[in-house]
Design a protein around this ligand. Structure first.
Ligand code: FAD
Ligand code: UDP
Length: 370
């Protein structure tokens, strides 16, 4: 059977492009997906206690892009949800990212006020300052604050998550959770934030429900690639190094071990996510009901344990964002650019720290170019 496009992977990167090509071009599309389900890492399902869980870790939708928000709203009603995170610091659970609200809870009043004034004077109210940037300050009060935040929030969490110090990663990684000179205690400030009312999987089902889209599930593309043909293009959203047979060596990724627990109580913790920068082996605990808004007599939480991924065995969740690994990726990127008939898209194919909305935008823009 011949298709116009073959898409490898049924996550947002592949799914959005499939939908656009089928609906707007009338193209015939085959999606090959090695898992038993669609949705990629955004897949959700009900556990045996009837609680809606995200099998590959908590996924909160947020975007500054109206185009992306309008796009996903076509496939699901979104319920308003603003994510809030607490972090256990010195026995107290305080707002993360570190903000004026956090400082108010942790520091003595007079010291807090003095530092607040200096932060506002130096950076401005409402500004977000990455911790590695704050550490460059010379003022003794700001230096004190920077060291405090670095030690108590970033150093051990980053060690657990990446096996590295914050400064050994590219600055964008810890820059995702900057010191926020504001009283706003939300994790994200994007204009559009919410959760799909019936879950992500249902959203994907609607997105891919088109007579021109065929799904081949439970199939590794590399095992069947010689048997299928794309008249126009292959869109590949798996790991880029695997596509090229690891010709420049395997890239490095982090994987996560998720430990799910159901508790016979309506609510387990104060906010949907509590980070543990200094305690325990896991980085954070998330409670699904507090994000999805589901009402049920029990609740399910997930603990995340991070470690280096064993290629071929583990799920690959995070590319390694260090100069060394990005440098190695560059060789694959150059190779990918030489292939006119293959488009590399998504977190693993582009070795990028994409959030969902960024993957969707990248796919919408790729469609614009096709
Ligand atoms: P994926 O979702 O990984 O999809 C790729 C698909 O390709 C997979 O289904 C895979 O099975 C398939 N595939 C790979 N190789 C092959 C092959 N050889 N043959 C067939 N199929 C193949 N983003 C947010 O915006 N908010 C969040 O709160 C958030 N939380 C996250 C939490 C975690 C723990 C992780 C890991 C990511 C999180 N993200 C979040 C990011 C989000 O998951 C990604 O942006 C999004 O899933 C990227 O979509 P994708 O299609 O590129 O990749
Ligand atoms: N981070 C940290 N302490 C925290 C929260 C985040 O050190 O309490 C750092 C850590 O290096 C983490 C990065 O900031 O990997 C990005 O955090 P984010 O919550 O965006 O990670 P993700 O949700 O993508 O796993």
């Amino acid at each position: 059977m011949e298709f116009d496009y073959i898409i490898v992977g049924a996550g947002f990167s592949g799914g959005v492009l499939a939908e656009q090509l089928a609906c707007r071009r009338g193209a015939k599309v085959l999606i090959v997906e090695k898992r038993r389900h669609i949705g990629g890492n955004c897949y959700d399902c009900y556990d045996k206690n009837g609680v809606l869980i995200h099998l590959y870790g908590p996924h909160i939708f947020h975007t500054p892009h109206k185009r992306v928000w309008d796009y996903i709203s076509r496939f699901s009603e979104m319920h308003l949800y603003h994510h809030r995170v607490l972090g256990l610091i010195e026995g107290r659970k305080v707002p993360i990212p570190f903000s004026l609200a956090t400082m108010d809870e942790i520091l003595p009043k007079s010291l807090g006020q003095r530092i607040e004034e200096k932060l506002i004077k130096q950076f401005g109210m409402g500004k977000k300052v990455p911790i590695l940037k704050l550490r460059e300050e010379n003022d003794p009060d700001l230096k004190f604050l920077a060291e405090y935040v670095y030690e108590k929030i970033f150093a051990f969490y980053t060690e657990k998550q990446w096996g590295l110090k914050p400064e050994d990663l590219t600055p964008e990684v810890t820059g995702r959770v900057p010191v926020y000179i504001s009283w706003d205690d939300r994790y994200f400030q994007d204009r559009y934030q919410g959760m799909p009312v019936e879950g992500y999987t249902r959203l994907f089902e609607r997105m891919l429900d088109h007579p021109n889209i065929k799904l081949m599930m439970n199939t590794d593309y590399f095992e069947i690639k010689d048997e299928i043909k794309a008249k126009k293009k292959i869109i590949y959203t798996g790991p880029v190094d695997q596509f090229f047979g690891n010709c420049f060596g395997e890239l490095s990724y982090r994987t996560l071990d998720f430990v799910f627990e159901n508790h016979p109580t309506e609510r387990y913790q104060e906010t949907a996510t509590v980070n543990y920068p200094n305690d325990y082996g896991f980085t954070r605990i998330s409670e699904f009901k507090l994000m999805t808004g589901q009402i049920s007599p029990t609740t399910t939480i997930v603990k995340e344990f991070s470690r280096e991924a064993e290629i071929g065995k583990d799920e690959l969740y995070y590319p390694m964002f260090t100069d060394e690994w990005l440098g190695k990726y560059k060789k694959y990127e150059d190779e990918a650019k030489k292939l006119d008939n293959v488009l590399f898209l998504g977190r693993l194919a582009q070795y990028k720290y994409y959030n969902m909305d960024q993957s969707i935008l990248a796919s919408l823009e790729a469609f614009d170019r096709i």
